[in-house]
Design a protein around this ligand. Structure first.
Ligand SMILES: Cc1cc2nc3c(=O)[nH]c(=O)nc-3n(C[C@H](O)[C@H](O)[C@H](O)COP(=O)(O)OP(=O)(O)OC[C@H]3O[C@@H](n4cnc5c(N)ncnc54)[C@H](O)[C@@H]3O)c2cc1C
Length: 289
């Protein structure tokens, strides 16, 4: 039996004090960290359970910015009318996570800080151009989500710091948003590959803004600058979607693992990118007045 300290802070102040302790490690929903802890793949000597900290579980829009607290669960995202109306791809991504129990307990913060290349919320939030708000005893800082991950299991969080929330601007105008995930089966499957797209059309129907994000296709979730450059200012058609999907391959570095080969992931990337672009474009076209 391993010895460890357990803390359950109730306020941000108590949380920051606990995080200053040697070997401190945050536990939110515990769906990822507790199985790893049990398998002794984690060396933390001090578990800081943040589930009772007030003010970290909310989804709101204030002064034109949508903010989601780190303790919001996947189930919260799915049930939120604000997310359903303004960022439905995020609800869709949350709905694709694990099983009911995982979605009830697993949090947005845990999904992002876990830094898995396969984290389902990551491509959706990258497509929304979200930022992460990090808090420590000394300061608060905002990091674009695209710069939040350093590699598998690694983020820019420093010791004593935690993820408080993520923010993004609500999509505006003739926009379309889409998320697609390929797993080995339809439920309870970690992504073999995933993609999320955000397109805004100008008044002539050309693509004004394009964001394309990919999951499980590189050491960390990432956007595809090559595809985005190709799409921006272009007129959408199936050939453009095909070219953009080929361009996205420049930005990925898939690996062979237990779920799929790198070659299969490349094929999956192409199919998923074409699918999300088509869906996002059709939605945007429907909003063009
Ligand atoms: C059966 C099963 C199926 C799953 N299926 C999927 C799936 O389909 N898609 C998917 O994306 N994930 C999946 N997961 C992984 C996991 O459940 C989710 O990523 C979940 O969102 C993690 O959230 P959590 O609150 O449980 O994280 P925890 O396990 O509590 O924490 C995960 C990591 O994040 C850190 N952390 C958590 N919150 C914060 C914070 N606010 N600030 C700083 N550090 C923090 C912890 O220290 C830990 O390192 C699955 C897990 C299980 C067990």
């Amino acid at each position: 039996m391993r010895e460890f300290e357990y803390y359950q802070p109730k306020t941000n102040g108590e949380l920051l004090a606990a995080l200053a302790l040697d070997g401190a490690r945050v536990v939110a929903g515990g769906t990822d960290i507790i199985p790893r802890w049990r398998k002794e793949r984690l060396s933390a000597t001090c578990l800081v359970d943040i589930s009772a900290v007030g003010g970290l579980r909310f989804i709101r829009e204030e002064e034109g910015v949508i903010e989601i607290g780190a303790l919001s669960t996947h189930a919260d995202l799915i049930a939120s009318p604000l997310i359903q109306n303004k960022a439905p791809l995020l609800a869709q991504a949350a709905a694709s996570v694990g099983c009911t129990q995982t979605r009830q307990r697993g949090t947005l913060g845990g999904n992002l800080v876990n830094a898995s290349p396969a984290a389902d919320l990551a491509p959706a939030l990258l497509a929304l151009n979200a930022s992460a708000w990090l808090m420590s005893a000394e300061s608060e800082r905002c990091v674009p989500l695209a710069e939040f991950w350093l590699g598998p299991g690694k983020t820019v969080l420093t010791p004593g710091e935690f993820l408080r929330s993520v923010t993004f601007l609500p999509p505006q105008g003739a926009c379309g948003l889409a998320f697609a995930k390929l797993g080995k089966r339809s439920g309870m499957a970690i992504a073999v590959a995933s993609a999320a797209a955000y397109l805004v059309l100008d008044e002539r129907g050309n693509i004004h803004t394009a964001r394309l994000a990919l999951g499980s296709l590189a050491p960390m979730p990432k956007r595809s600058p090559a595809a985005e450059t190709l799409l921006t200012t272009a007129a959408y058609d199936e050939m453009l979607a095909d070219r953009a999907a080929s361009a996205a391959l420049i930005d990925i570095s898939p690996i062979d693992d237990v779920r799929a080969s790198a070659a299969y992931r490349r094929l999956a990337c192409k199919v998923l990118v074409e699918r999300v672009l088509k869906e996002a474009y059709n939605q945007a076209l429907g909003r063009l007045s």
